[in-house]
Write a protein that binds this ligand. Sequence first.
Ligand SMILES: [Zn+2]
Length: 381
Amino acid sequence: MNNQLLPQDLNIYLKLASLAQQGRIPHAMICHGRQGSSKLALALKFSQYIVCENKQGNEICGSCPACIKSTKMIHPDIHYVFPVIKKEGKKRMDTVSNDFLPQWRASVLSNPYISIRDWMKELGADNNQPNINTKECNEIIQKLSLQSYESPYKILIIWLPEYLGKEGNRLLKIIEEPTDNTYIILIAEDLTRILGTILSRTQLISVPPVRDGEMLQVLQDDYHLEATRASQIVSLADGDMGAAIRMIRTTSQDYSQLLFQWIRRSYKSKPEDLTSLINTIANLGREEQKNFLQYGLSFFREYLFLIQTRKRGPRLTNEEYDIALKMQSIVDMEKCYHIVELLDENIRNISRNAHPKITFMAMSMQMGALLKGEDLSPVNI
Ligand SMILES: [Zn+2]
């Protein structure tokens, strides 16, 4: 997947390639976009283009030694810097990106849309504050002052320069006056967290969120999801391809089935039917429970749109649309607002480690009462 750009990113890639052909690659640039956009994938592809020994126009050859090494992220002239935590057996101040390079490569190759949370999870770090430290900055300066190894070019990719903080000042000089044939590509999500002095010295390249249609295509073609599940994930991911990939890896259920079953049983309020379903949900694990509730939330938002505008939103599948039409006799706008609140509140509860069975049981009672228009006051759990 690392090797393929989405059709929507092609324009940006072609612009960069054309700058390269004119010998006008900016010495320092920031590819920025929301979490889960293609900014890192684009930077990897463009780096490959720069070092490819056999490129024809905009085309990368894909088979020269430089291409092979860069697709495996082992090209000696493409350097990677990213936020890290203390490495076991080392002091924090002595730990740098290279200490985690194999894990970084594996993570990015399997998901170039990786988020900082995914990365911290990969490092087994829950509460540690990642950063890019002084030693790293000094090493960057040193690396870039050395001769390149195999390519005439040296490329430095800094993922999430937001984590540089004030250390970024140490890099100003190399960003302003880099050595010849050296390119610095920063991959950022939040420009407000980057020093103004860096921003003013770099060319900004804005990368849009992944479009629903293109994400759907990837989920069906590359991940072989069937259409209904792919659409559910697209609607949950909301332009964040990394989130979609995370969901594919944690999701085992068709959420629409589960949601409608849960709503039906909550409405009927038969304790034995509810208990068995809640046990199923409790066994899913916390990530999936959150995904499930998120799915419910996005369904009811679409539903709200439908009853407000009488128009079918693009994210509603045929099955969901049929159910939504039937639901109209029971769930009016007022009830729908309350359901959205209920789901929203319980996503927070589950995230805060609330007990799943108790949470889902309380939620089911509230849902049942809501649907029957009995009692809208929240149940304390
Ligand atoms: Zn090549």
